[in-house]
Design a protein around this ligand. Structure first.
Ligand code: IPD
Ligand code: CA
Length: 256
């Protein structure tokens, strides 16, 4: 079964992160942004994923975070891969990073796998077949926001979005029990899927950050849209809002 083979590959890569010698990480900045990092481990894990995932589905396109030109995922099978989601956490030894692999068919996610190796938590979903953490079915929370937690991503590579991010965060903070910021969008989405928090938003993410996690949330019974409304897009960057079943998101779209 393809999903089992993908899980095996992703788990294997997780061990590389856990046992990494971070003194040899070779950290570099990307796109001239001092907070946007890439390490030798991001590149090495991506290459292992490329080889092993394409051994499983040889005809698939491969889209990975750490390459400049991306293949189209619109037709046929494709893998959308983030070798380390939470690279800054990895560099800081914060122990909250994940490997994220989505498999799509004709541009729609069919399989999502996210592994947080420091907690040994393996989340996966297959379209129409539910979502699981370490083999146990998971479901989103049904609590309203005033009994819930807000997770947010600061979209820190896009400073033009900072004011709006924090404005929305304040709206959520005022309506939630509290807020959290993990440093990995993939982990945040799985946290919503597992019913550990009620709302997650970030104003700009790349498809590899959310392709797998979004399917996991949806298969756990949650809703994933863009913050401003409308479906998320796997072909280009977009905002992401994920909620459990008890959250009324109207305030995010109407409050000025
Ligand atoms: C980042 C993380 C972070 C989110 C950023 C992402 P990276 O991914 O998911 O939580 O706030 O927008 O780019 O760069 O660590 O792979
Ligand atoms: Ca990422």
């Amino acid at each position: 079964m393809i999903v089992k083979q993908i899980i095996e590959v992703v788990r294997e890569c997780g061990q590389i992160l856990v046992h990494a010698d971070r003194t040899q990480a070779g950290t570099q900045i990307k796109h001239g942004q001092s907070n946007n990092l890439v390490t030798q481990y991001d590149k090495a894990v991506q290459e292992i994923l490329r080889k092993k995932l394409l051994d499983i589905v040889p005809q698939a396109h491969f889209v990975g975070e750490e390459e400049d030109v991306h293949e189209s995922i619109a037709m046929g099978d494709a893998f959308i891969v983030d070798p380390i989601d939470g690279t800054t956490n990895f560099v800081k030894d914060y122990k909250c990073s994940a490997i994220s692999v989505a498999m799509t068919h004709d541009g729609i996610q069919e399989i999502g796998v996210v592994y947080q190796p420091y907690l040994d938590e393996l989340f996966y979903a297959q379209r129409g077949k539910g979502a699981f953490c370490n083999g146990i079915p998971i479901h989103v929370s049904d609590k309203p926001l005033n009994q819930g937690l807000t997770l947010f991503g600061s979209a820190s590579y896009y400073t033009e979005l900072t004011d709006e991010s924090f404005r929305l965060l304040r709206l959520c903070f005022d309506r939630s029990m509290d807020i959290r910021r993990s440093g990995s969008a993939a982990v945040d989405l799985c946290t919503i899927a597992a019913g550990r928090a009620e709302l997650y938003f970030e104003l700009r993410l790349q498809p590899w950050d959310y392709a797998a996690g979004a399917l996991i949330v949806q298969e756990a019974g949650g809703t994933v849209t863009r913050v401003e409304g409308g479906d998320i897009d796997l072909t280009k960057p977009c905002s992401v809002l994920a909620v459990g079943t008890g959250v009324d998101i109207e305030f995010l779209r109407t409050e000025t």
